[in-house]
Design a protein around this ligand. Structure first.
Ligand code: ASP
Length: 620
């Protein structure tokens, strides 16, 4: 085993040591050759002779050498090891490295994220990324030790399970043993942790992975994330806030000694007050927002139990019922407000608490309902069908066998670190994150399943022709460019007329994409759906001899997309895009985003920016 890390070398002056690591860089001065040798703790200068000639960056080597003080004038104050260097006595090349596709000795922000994720194993070699992973490991270790001392048990809960909604879509996993049935990945361990309270565990925690199929944002990872999930019995909200506050205050002192927490005890702000005074339920209370050392924690409490249901309340009926939970459906109403459940549900306060750090919601939790009657009432108010109620009947049943009052919280670990470091995206603190378009790092998932696998699962794919992930590619492109857009889900449409109808817009707002062959080369023409291509004009404007419409089969071949679902993004298919200027008369445009059932609404000017088309006048 390697015995010595590079950061320890300055303490070894005068000794012969053995080092293992990667060649960070090489400086060839003919007779002597310097390299910087790197491991996860830093770099150190090694001085060698001709033997070093064949070294390339990122080769993995072994060096035996003497640690020497550098002469005063050659000290490099920027390096932790800048006062010493290693005089090599022996060199072994363990493995050679090809030139790497991305530099690994910068901070990496300058590199396109897609490439960074593709080569994440190289990207993680950079010091900044290593430090982020190191911090995360320190945080989870600290939490484990702290909570274990407080009498908590760390307990795992299933990943293959039944839906546990937190307001997002579920990820489903098909079952082989019960063909046609599915597991859902948990959006949180919420139900299990409450069942553990029924089981008499009293104090539970887990560094838990949660899975939510929701549209990504910069402070939210797509797909999965990690949170400290905890639950306690026989507690008040006050107890939960105090414990969490003490844990995080001590954790910050220990792991981020350079940071100053702005106010201890943390301010507690009612939801109404936060909205009125700061216009946000996650206010950024830092005095100087540019000061990276400032930590402004806050509690937001006294949330309303319900909000009015909207289409975004994915699980709870997408706007079909009147109320949706502000937090989730297991949150208890304030005891004084129980009579209001019948009279005026929107006035009921919930025993919910949100943890906010520097303007980010880092965690949330609540005291839970433990009275089955109230739980049933909440199910009704959020519009649960009999079928949905049945999905949660195990909770009602469990609560009928002696349930302690209980409550908890779940601070996001990636979220906390992201907010603490002020990183531009949460992916900077995750080893192998999924891109905003839903593609995994390094390995290209989601990917096809084999015929055999599908047969075993009893699954037939019906829209195989649809380009996989095209929809995600589009939203990814829009997200990357910071563009606003809205996704509309609707019944399948196959023509522009049908599309305008389901979207409730005029025909001219639809961006119609056509594939044509111009002198045998495929091109895409985009125009308002109420207009036609003036082929003569196009031909003379662009000096094309032969222009013809592609057949349905050719469209499929060129784009992998069915006619009627083709999005106006020629750039995504690597074919030239011609845009008719008439489309620009619309402020907002709509188009099918690679699927017959999904449209996107966005501003025309953003569309032009992101597709960079050739603009002309060729419609009638
Ligand atoms: N299950 C909640 C969440 O993940 C947290 C909690 O209520 O404890 O947001």
């Amino acid at each position: 085993m390697k015995k010595l890390f590079i950061e320890e070398t300055p303490h070894k002056i005068g000794s012969e040591i053995e080092l293992y690591g990667w060649v960070d860089s090489k400086r060839d001065h003919k007779n002597i050759i310097f390299i910087d040798l790197r491991d996860r703790t830093g770099i150190v200068q090694v001085v060698g002779d001709q033997q070093f000639k064949e070294l390339n960056s990122e080769d993995v080597i072994y060096v035996k050498g003497l640690v020497k003080k550098r002469p005063e004038n050659l000290i490099n104050p920027k390096l932790k090891t800048g006062k010493i260097e290693i005089e090599a006595k022996q060199l072994k090349i363990i493995t050679k490295a090809k030139p790497v596709p991305i530099p690994v000795n910068t901070d990496g922000y300058e590199i396109d994220e897609e490439i960074r994720l593709k080569y994440r194993y190289l990207d993680l070699r950079r010091q900044r990324m290593f430090n982020n992973l190191l911090l995360k490991s320190k945080i989870t270790t600290y939490i484990r030790n702290y909570l274990t001392k407080e009498g908590f048990l760390e307990i795992e809960t299933p990943i293959l399970t039944k839906t546990t909604p937190e307001g997002a879509r579920d990820f489903l996993v098909p079952s082989r043993l019960q063909k046609g049935n599915f597991y859902a990945l948990p959006q949180s361990p919420q139900q299990y942790k409450q069942l553990l309270m029924v089981a008499g565990i009293e104090r539970y925690f887990q560094i838990a992975r949660c899975f939510r199929d929701e549209d990504p944002r910069k402070d939210r990872a797509y797909g999965e994330f990690t949170q400290l999930d905890l639950e306690m019995s026989f507690v008040t909200q006050e107890d939960i806030l105090n414990l969490t506050e003490d844990l995080f205050t001590k954790l910050v002192k220990e792991i981020f000694p350079e940071k100053k927490i702005q106010q201890i005890p943390w301010p507690r702000i009612s939801h109404d007050h936060a909205r009125e005074k700061y216009g946000s339920d996650k206010p950024d209370l830092r005095r100087n927002k540019k000061d990276k050392a400032e930590f402004a924690f806050a509690w937001i409490i006294d949330f309303p139990l319900f909000k009015e249901q909207s289409e975004e309340d994915y699980f709870y009926g997408s706007g079909k019922a009147k109320f949706a939970p502000s937090h989730h459906m297991f949150t208890a109403p304030h005891p004084d407000d129980i009579p209001l459940l019948d009279k005026d549900p929107l006035k009921v306060r919930g025993l919910q608490h949100d943890l906010v750090l520097n303007g980010f919601e880092v965690g949330g939790g609540s005291i839970r309902i433990h009275d089955p009657k109230i739980q049933k009432k909440v199910f009704e108010l959020i519009g649960f069908s009999e079928e949905q109620k049945k999905q949660f009947s195990h909770m009602i049943e469990a609560f009928s066998y002696g349930v302690p009052p209980h409550g908890g919280i779940a601070p996001g670990i990636d979220r906390f670190l992201f907010a603490a470091l002020g990183e531009p995206s949460i992916r900077e603190v995750v080893a192998f994150p999924t891109s905003s378009g839903g593609k995994t790092s390094v390995m290209d998932a989601p990917s096809d399943a084999s015929e055999e696998q599908l047969r075993e699962l009893g699954i037939t794919i019906t829209n195989k022709k649809t380009k996989p992930n095209l929809f995600n590619q589009i939203t990814e492109l829009l997200n990357e460019n910071g563009m606003e857009y809205k996704i509309l889900e609707h019944d399948p449409v196959y023509t522009s007329e049908e599309a305008a109808k389901v979207r409730g817009t005029q025909l001219k707002h639809g961006a119609k994409a056509l594939i044509m062959f111009a002198d045998k080369k495929p091109i895409m023409l985009v125009l308002p759906a109420d207009r036609k291509v003036d082929t003569k004009k196009f031909k003379s404007d662009y000096k094309v001899h032969d222009l013809r419409m592609a057949t349905a089969q050719e469209v499929r071949k060129v784009t992998n997309v069915e006619i009627g679902a083709l999005p106006p993004f020629g750039n995504l298919f690597d074919i030239p895009l011609y845009l008719d200027s008439k489309l620009g008369e619309n402020e907002t445009i709509f188009f099918n985003a690679g699927l017959h059932t999904k449209s996107i609404k966005m501003e025309y000017k953003d569309f032009e920016k992101v597709t960079k088309p050739e603009i002309g006048n060729f419609s009638v």
